[in-house]
Design a binder for this molecule. Structure first.
Ligand code: P5A
Length: 438
């Protein structure tokens, strides 16, 4: 992408409405544009990050055995009356009436719809277990949308739903998602601590929130410092290994970690004082085991073995995909701008031409840009070097390949690593190899 032709608008001024770093930087780096309170349009750079985050989430869901579907955003009120949540959900639900006066709504979550779909096809207990997920926009009419995409009204969620024949099976499905979540966040370079959590309007008795520690987070958290140092996601346990996964899960959850809603002073007092950590965090995922709450209410029952009847045990598993883009910036930025981790960066590198119009400099920039292809943006604008540096730092490309007349004459590129600030003078070949290597 050539910046001279790109739609990558950056702002010099700090927008007054943004209270936290990630929101300020998302607006300044031209990732999103607010169109109504809590509703955002995703601009090219923001969309590329959103898609990369989504793809990591998708790969780890698939790897854990979940299957992707796509359910609509608009749902019928009738489904929600069956579960009893239509009236319970209150003002957070955006209610819509169609031309035939039928009551519809913009889905805040999909437990009812997926239960209804599964019920239409499942014939017996042999169709269990199954896990279905989708990545789709949700709408919740939050009283106080704030912090940009962190607490939006319209937001992108990955939501998975598991169906099992037994409670034992359902706990295994829960643990499969638990491990998939640890792996997902680790691939984005984030440390997400799983914490015992309240189930709220989703229901059930077993629930964990995955929290990224950040001062600007909305949840108060209490946890054992073990979570800061142990590489849980690095485990080689397979999501199909029932006993191994249970042992893994028990190992991870044996250390104390809870949100303020679930905080237990007695258990906290048992954590050695030097390992007690209190702070704030951003909830990027939330998983629930709620048994037969929806299957029973919506008439999902299947013939079991030997004349029995089974009401499937269910769980649901959410990841805030659009919120993660904000959380990633909260965890990776400095005064100058964003420092994207390689795995989610919109482009791996920016090629900065310090003397636009100088034949040798232009030629070398064109060469490296052509060879990097879609991995790079090329700052070929006529602007001053200082502006190019500032924009590249702001937009947060992991690498900057800086080329001026002196480097071009010597066949050298100045390569800057955004995350550490390290600089090295390297050949064109080395620059390309290092950028491609992440
Ligand atoms: C689990 C999947 C659920 O809705 N039903 C389907 C369950 N859980 S949840 O905790 O309410 O939401 C899942 C994740 O979605 C993100 N999220 C939000 N992101 C941005 N703006 C919002 N207003 C918002 N609300 C929820 C969070 O990351 C949450 O963990």
């Amino acid at each position: 992408m050539r910046l001279s032709r790109a739609f990558l608008p950056t702002l010099k001024e700090t927008p007054a409405e943004a209270q936290i770093a990630s929101h300020r930087l998302m607006l300044r780096a031209g990732l999103v544009r607010q169109t109504s309170a809590g509703i955002y349009a995703w601009l090219p750079a923001g969309l590329r990050v959103l898609r990369r985050v989504e793809q990591i989430v998708r790969e780890e869901q698939d790897r854990a055995g979940a299957q992707e579907i796509l359910m609509p955003t608009i749902q019928s009120a009738e489904l929600w009356r069956q579960s009893g949540r239509y009236d319970d959900y209150g003002k957070e639900m955006l209610r819509i009436t169609d031309r035939h006066e039928r009551e519809m709504l913009f889905g805040p979550t999909n437990e009812e719809m997926v239960t209804d779909i599964f019920k239409s096809y499942a014939k017996s207990y042999r169709d269990l277990p199954r896990n279905l997920y989708h990545i789709q926009w949700k709408f919740r009419d939050e009283v106080r949308p704030r912090f940009g995409v962190m607490r939006g009204r319209e937001f992108l969620m990955k939501d998975a739903y598991s169906f099992d024949a037994t409670a034992v099976g359902a706990r295994h499905s829960y643990r499969q998602m638990f491990l998939a979540y640890l792996r997902t966040f680790q691939r984005m370079g984030l440390t997400a601590v799983p914490m015992r959590a309240d189930t709220g309007p989703i229901g059930g008795d077993l629930s964990h929130e995955f929290i990224i520690l950040a001062e600007t987070g909305e949840s108060g958290v209490f946890y054992d410092a073990t979570y800061e140092t142990t590489d849980w996601a690095g485990t080689s346990v397979s999501t199909d290994d029932v006993a191994g996964l249970e042992a893994f899960f028990n190992g991870v959850t044996s250390s104390y970690a809870a949100t303020d809603e679930m905080h237990d002073e007695a258990a906290w007092a048992a954590v050695p004082a030097e390992r007690r950590r209190e702070g704030r965090g951003i909830e990027v995922g939330h998983i629930f085991y709620f048994g037969t709450k929806y299957s029973a209410a919506m008439g999902l029952s299947l013939p079991g073995p030997e004349g029995t009847t089974i009401t499937p045990e269910m769980g649901s598993y959410g990841i805030g995909v659009s919120r993660l883009v904000g959380a990633l910036i909260e965890a990776n930025h400095d005064e100058a701008g964003i420092k994207w981790p390689d795995s989610v960066a919109p482009w791996a590198a920016a090629v900065l031409n310090l003397r636009q119009g100088d034949a040798a400099t232009d030629a070398m920039c064109e060469d490296i840009y052509a060879r990097l292809g879609d991995a790079a943006v090329y700052d070929d604008r006529g602007s001053r070097a200082g502006e190019k540096f500032a924009d590249a730092d702001l937009m947060g490309f992991p690498w900057q390949a800086i080329i001026g007349p002196r480097g071009a004459a010597a066949g050298r590129v100045e390569l800057k690593r955004r995350a550490t600030g390290e600089r090295a003078e390297v050949s064109l070949e080395d620059a390309i190899a290092r950028i491609r290597g992440g």
